[in-house]
Design a binder for this molecule. Structure first.
Ligand code: HAM
Length: 419
């Protein structure tokens, strides 16, 4: 019969890959807690309006990448393409701002964007999303980046590039936008179709276009750094000084505009050459008006999201031989031995001991092969004869030695090995 495969761009995460994910998530819980963050769990489905208003009508995500459908109640719903808008919705809806002047939250889970699948780019992907809501002080930006770098180091990634930029604010960005539009006026033919459209909808996004002629044109385009107002300049400088306090290396990349419309002032990405075209492991920035634009109070925010697939792909596969296998494998020969193995194996598991057995009745040789493959520390060999004589053979797999042990106190003997 024809098999049913996963949907294109939707990926199964299999073991041992899942071990890496648990490792990364575990580190995230530890590091983020030390910086005062609490976990929030938000729904996967939201009202479409949330993303239209939050991410921006003229972004690629909202224009062409959302999984949107009308449900049976005639409501337009969307599988979340990112977590920030949802976190802010929850923050406003539950008035979390009333409890604390600064709220630090993180969320882990799948996001959905109908992009063209390729290496490192999927239609369902997973993010660790981190947000700080509170004042717009640049120390908060620095604190967040200190945590980012500490987190990357703690999962074993220390040679990645941190790029930062300032996108200005409501006061100074319009001037920059105008400068881009007038720079490109008369050069429309050199741009791709998408960028010609962006010229009137979202000209800053042209910096992000991967089409070669557009990139060429934009090398000479004006830079936001030349347009930032005094407040934004000071904010950006304080951030940089504080990164230096912690010896955090960074590059200012004035062409980094990010793909979501809510950003103001600080934006950042962490990239690596090892990921090919999809080189961003994480990205984020400040959003001083998103809470207000979603109907909440005038509270600033800053955050970032890590792509879990990309981060996991940078961490080496755990070596099967070095990862700890079961403490015990029980090789059972014959029906009675199999029943005995079932009892012993599960009694040990109930006591927290990782034990394995084999119910297939295969030859001793193939069971020992399996024990070896599992990287078991000890094997117990149980045959019909041993059962009658109330004894078993205990083999130390690392030292290739074996001894006879009594069956009556076998559980005790194995538990001692675990201590
Ligand atoms: P973003 O840059 O769209 O930002 O995504 C963050 C990260 O998610 C990327 O750097 C990448 O690692 C991963 N990612 C994005 N799209 C895909 C994909 N199709 N396949 C695999 N991985 C992907 C945001 O989502 C913002 N919400 C971040 C943020 C939080 N800004 C402020 N707070």
């Amino acid at each position: 019969m024809e098999i049913i495969t996963a949907v294109r761009g939707f990926k199964d995460i299999l073991p041992p890959e899942t071990d890496k994910w648990r490792y990364i998530e575990g580190k995230a819980h530890d590091v983020f807690s030390a910086f005062g963050f609490r976990e929030i769990r938000i729904p996967i489905l939201e009202k479409t309006e949330l993303f239209r208003r939050g991410i921006g009508e003229s972004t690629d995500i909202v224009e062409k990448e959302m999984y949107t459908f009308t449900d049976r109640g005639e409501e337009s719903l969307t599988l979340r393409p990112e977590a920030t808008a949802s976190v802010i919705r929850a923050y406003i809806e539950h008035a979390l701002h009333a409890a604390e002047p600064v709220t630090k939250l993180y969320a882990i889970g799948p996001m959905f964007r109908r992009e063209r699948p390729q290496k490192g780019r999927y239609r369902q992907f997973n993010q660790i999303d981190v947000e700080i809501l509170g004042p717009d002080d640049p120390h908060i930006d620095a604190e967040l980046l200190v945590m980012v770098i500490h987190f990357l180091r703690s999962v074993g990634l220390s040679s990645l590039n941190l790029e930062i930029n300032s996108l200005g604010c409501e006061k100074c960005r319009p001037g920059f936008r105008e400068a881009i539009v007038s720079f490109l006026r008369g050069r429309e033919e050199e741009l791709c179709g998408d960028c010609r459209r962006r010229l009137s909808t979202n000209p800053l996004r042209i910096f992000d276009c991967k089409v070669e002629p557009c990139r060429e044109v934009m090398t000479q385009a004006p830079r936001m750094t030349d347009f930032v107002c005094e407040d934004c300049r000071r904010h950006f400088e304080t951030l940089q000084q504080n990164l230096e306090q912690f010896q955090i290396a960074y590059q200012v990349n004035p062409k980094m505009v990010r793909g979501l419309d809510y950003y103001t002032r600080t934006t950042f990405e962490v990239t690596t050459e090892h990921l090919g075209a999809q080189n961003a492991v994480l990205g984020g920035g400040r959003y001083d008006h998103l809470v207000r634009d979603l109907g909440g109070p005038d509270i600033s925010g800053i955050g970032f999201a890590i792509g879990l697939e990309r981060m996991a792909s940078l961490i080496p596969e755990p070596d099967a031989k070095t990862s700890p296998g079961p403490l015990l494998f029980i090789a059972a020969l014959g029906d009675k031995a199999l029943q005995e193995a079932f009892l012993l194996c599960n009694r040990l598991r109930l006591k927290g001991i990782l034990a394995e057995t084999d119910y297939t009745g295969r030859s001793l040789k193939s069971q020992m092969k399996r024990a070896d493959k599992l990287n078991t520390a000890f094997t117990v060999i149980l045959g019909e004869k041993e059962l009658v004589e109330k004894r078993a053979l205990l083999r130390n797999m690392r030292q290739s030695t074996q001894e006879e042990i009594g069956l009556d106190d076998i559980e005790e003997t194995i538990l001692k090995l675990a201590r």
